[in-house]
Design a protein. Structure first.
Length: 282
């Protein structure tokens, strides 16, 4: 399989769960392979291509899902497309989440902020296939209560015996009886965290330093705390140099990296604020 050649993929379904996010169900016309945390390059002529992380496994009918957040020109073009349209996809690329590391942990904590729930949803789907999996904590926060994604999944996870689900909304703009605050606030509620616990984090980079600070209260090995880092991916195979971060190529050595690896390479990955392209949002 040539992962460098775009494969035509048909848009089979489009969901619009929040104002700026659409969930696309895609059917690739050729076999495709990827694992949780890896990314795909999605192309739309003539706008170009960009990296997106699948938010579901490949289902029995050959389809899978990606979440598209409206932030720029390419995503604006994708948001204008309809069921039956064709886009290009290639991949999967990069280093994803270690399922082996997760299932061999004493317990698993997944922390998602905003659209960061998308790749972690795929990880959760894979973990639920293991009957002897450890206990799973899921912490998920959104800026507004109306921005929570994958509501059916959230209800399903709430009913799982070995899952504790913690939800937090920074602002209340819908009927919401849950916690008002940030994902970092919910870390205080975690129990039985030890040296072999594992953490998987995805969300806006400004939340990362606060999570690291909160986790210092637990005896967690930094090799077991994983972040999904972001960079402007172009080639996906480590040749163009566009995603260099220090001495690593994030599209090959990431995007999933542990805190110990981040420190080892002296990477500056935590922004104080999030860039915003407002002209594409109305």
């Amino acid at each position: 399989m040539n992962t460098q050649r775009p494969i035509p993929a048909v848009i089979k379904n489009i969901e619009h769960p929040s104002k700026y996010v659409k969930i696309f169900t895609l059917f690739p016309k050729e076999p495709l392979s990827f694992t949780p945390g890896q990314f795909l390059m999605v192309s739309v002529f003539p706008e170009g291509e960009a990296a997106f992380t699948p938010c579901s496994c490949i289902k029995e009918d050959g389809t899978f899902e990606i979440a598209i957040n409206l932030v720029g020109r390419l995503t604006s073009k994708l948001h204008s497309m309809k069921v039956g349209d064709i886009i290009g996809i290639r991949g999967g690329y990069g280093k994803g989440f270690s399922i082996k590391k997760a299932v061999n942990s004493s317990n698993i904590t997944i922390i998602a902020g905003g659209i960061g729930i998308a790749p972690l949803r795929f990880l959760i789907q894979e973990l639920l296939k293991y009957h002897d999996r450890p206990h799973i904590n899921i912490i998920y926060s959104a800026n507004k209560a109306s921005k929570f994604l994958f509501l059916e999944d959230l209800r399903s996870w709430q009913n799982e015996k070995e899952i504790d689900l913690y939800l937090a909304a920074v602002e209340v703009d819908a009927e919401w009886n849950g916690y008002i605050g940030r994902s970092t606030d919910m870390i205080e509620k975690l129990k039985n965290i030890d040296g072999s616990s594992s953490f998987f984090v995805c969300g806006p980079p400004p939340m990362f330093p606060h999570i690291i600070e909160k986790l210092k209260q637990f005896p967690v090995d930094e090799k077991n705390i994983f972040f999904t880092l972001e960079r402007n991916m172009r080639c996906g195979i480590g040749k163009c140099g566009h995603c260099y971060m220090g001495d690593i190529r994030l599209c090959v050595d990431g995007p999933v990296m542990s805190i110990s690896d981040i420190k080892k390479h002296h990477l500056v990955v935590f922004r104080e604020c999030e860039p915003f392209m407002s002209r594409y949002r109305k």
